[in-house]
Design a protein around this ligand. Structure first.
Ligand code: ADP
Ligand code: MG
Length: 554
């Protein structure tokens, strides 16, 4: 066997590694996501090629990812049965920067003169394989490509400018195909080698990767074992138990280790909506968002055409406690995936306007880069289109609640999120048409239950042109307003705007179904009952008197 050969990294790689380690130290978690996504890519490539070359699968049919931890020694191994790498590919892929994500990153880095911008930049691009060095002092990549009959080991230390490649000679380490990464963790990062920690990271970042991810977990089962009686006890009981010799048993826990499937290979949003039950949607919701209450509504859809994405959205059944949720759009309510890899839930109005930030859900797109950042999101045309569609779907979903068999559902929605929609009247002119039918108000003819604007319009008098309202601080005081009397007499309904935000919201809407909102407490209220004949008569009768009064009183 030829000895290990030593190679120098391309200068840019060393630079990149320094940058990664120095700027992502507070976000080390990402290493696992990156390595799992590489494993998943390698499996994808193999699956794709095997369609035309089924022989590629011959030694190992299972396409999966296995992660094993050795917490005593601080070692993590990540094994996939994917496409693997030849010796040359090891040189090309892990020694130089040829790959798209990282190449773009370096280009942007060169163009940026401002050194401080580097740590900003790094969040935008794929940090990829080298993120292994965020937590490892040494990384070993043992890999076998179906194109080669030999298995090779690539090895490097953190902060090193070189790496080695040698043939794998340890028979216990031979794999039929694919790649095994061994991470020897830095002293301070050995905590990552705990099975529970890995499990959590997988579930948080890679729950919906489309290949099974198994983690090596300690399990236990209970069993009954016979035990010898304590001799002292036995003596004491001797007299009464002369005849029946009872055997004592005790429950013990047997521990063992085994592979445990840690992700969900078929994420709910990839399934056919017709085949998913409400219970399953609700379960997914509760698990994903740590909720214990069922959602009020859900919506599962796929959009095609200009931008393709799949999504499941939910309306929670209760608004979060805490008064500032309505102003704070950073609710972590929308989880964005790109090709089933979790990217972020840290949004600030990019996917939903802040007044809809109570909507929860997952969005999965194939059209965004895997390492999409906040900056990219804000400027992306794709994201703008996604946002438009998401908002529409959210409104459809809310409208669906108004049609629910259970009338309490919408009452509940309105109680929790009515304020949000009113804020929408102020902040989102473009969607007035969608928001207005969802609004609810008390009125002079409905003091107990709120009514919709449609119900109001239905109930308008034949000659009534406008929608009347009065703003007040409670239903009681609205009821007693002096302006109201005249309209009540005529049996004309008046909306009671009793929430401070109501009036501003209504003023922003201006009209509904071409009927203007009119404040009855304003002067010149035209009730549409002006009679010109009568006006003339009155003018004739009192005209002179009026003139006289005007003159006398100035
Ligand atoms: P990217 O994934 O954006 O291409 P990475 O730095 O993550 O960049 O990986 C660099 C390259 O190394 C990959 O493109 C791939 O060719 C190769 N590679 C990394 N991990 C694996 C793996 N588990 N199996 C096969 N090839 C891999
Ligand atoms: Mg990668």
């Amino acid at each position: 066997v030829p000895p290990a050969e030593k190679y120098e990294y391309q200068a840019e790689v060393s630079r990149l590694m320094d940058l990664i380690v120095n700027s992502l130290y507070s976000n080390k978690d990402v290493f696992l996501r990156e390595l799992i996504s590489n494993a998943s890519d390698a499996l994808d490539k193999l699956r794709f090629l095997s369609v035309t070359e089924p022989d590629l699968l011959k030694d190992a049919f299972d396409l999966d990812i296995r992660i094993q931890t050795d917490k005593d020694n601080g070692i993590i191994t990540i094994t996939d049965t994917g496409i693997g790498m030849t010796r040359q590919e090891l040189l090309d892929c892990l020694g130089t920067i040829a790959q798209s994500g990282t190449a773009k990153f370096l280009k942007a880095m060169k163009e940026s003169k401002d050194a401080g911008a580097e740590s900003n930049l790094i969040g935008q691009f794929g940090v990829g394989f080298y993120s292994a060095f965020l937590v490892s002092e040494r990384v070993e990549v043992s890999t076998k490509s179906p194109k080669s009959d030999k298995q090779y080991v690539w090895e490097s230390e953190a902060n090193s400018s070189s790496y080695t490649i040698r043939e794998e000679t340890d028979p216990s380490k031979l794999i039929p195909r694919g790649t095994r990464l061994t991470l020897y963790l830095k002293r301070d990062d050995k905590g990552f080698a705990h099975p529970e920690r890995i499990q959590k990271l997988v579930q948080n970042y890679s729950l919906f990767v489309s290949f099974p991810i198994y983690t090596w977990q300690e399990k236990g089962y209970t069993k009954e074992v016979e035990v010898d009686e304590d001799p002292a006890e036995a003596k004491k009981d001797d007299q009464d138990e002369k005849t029946e010799k009872k055997k004592k048993t005790k429950t013990v826990v047997e521990k063992y280790w085994d592979w445990e499937l840690t992700n969900e290979t078929q994420p709910i949003w990839l399934r056919n909506p017709k085949e998913v039950s409400t219970e399953e949607y609700n379960e997914f919701y509760k698990k994903t968002f740590n909720e214990y209450l069922e959602p009020l509504a859900s919506s599962h859809f796929t959009t095609e055409g200009e931008v393709e994405f799949r999504s499941v959205l939910y309306v929670p059944s209760i608004a979060p406690t805490g008064k500032d949720d309505i102003i704070n759009p950073k609710t972590k309510n929308i989880r964005l995936y790109v090709k089933r890899v979790f990217i972020s839930d840290d949004f600030d109005g990019e996917l939903f306007p802040r007044y809809l930030s109570f909507i929860k859900g997952v969005v999965d797109s194939n059209d965004l880069p895997l390492n999409v950042s906040r900056e990219i999101l804000q400027e992306s045309r794709i994201v703008r289109i996604m946002r438009k569609r998401l908002v529409r779907k959210a409104f459809d979903m809310i409208l669906g609640i108004t049609m629910s068999e259970n009338r309490d559902d919408y009452a509940r929605f309105w109680e929790n999120f009515g304020k949000h929609l009113k804020l929408g009247c102020i902040e989102d002119r473009e969607n007035h048409k969608r928001i207005a039918p969802l609004l609810r108000f008390f009125s002079s003819q409905s003091e107990e239950d709120t009514i919709s604007l449609d119900e109001y319009v239905e109930n308008m008098k034949p000659d009534q042109k406008d929608i009347y309202y009065i703003a007040s601080d409670s239903v009681t005081s609205a009821k007693n307003a002096p302006f109201l009397e005249k309209l009540v007499e005529k049996d004309v309904e008046v909306l009671f705007l009793v929430d401070p935000i109501d009036e501003v919201a209504i003023q922003n809407l201006k009209s509904y179904k071409e009927k203007n909102f009119v404040d009855i407490s304003k002067e010149d209220l035209d009730l549409g009952d002006k009679n010109e004949e009568k006006d003339k008569e009155i003018k004739q009768e009192f005209g002179q008197t009026c003139e006289w009064i005007k003159k006398r009183l100035g």
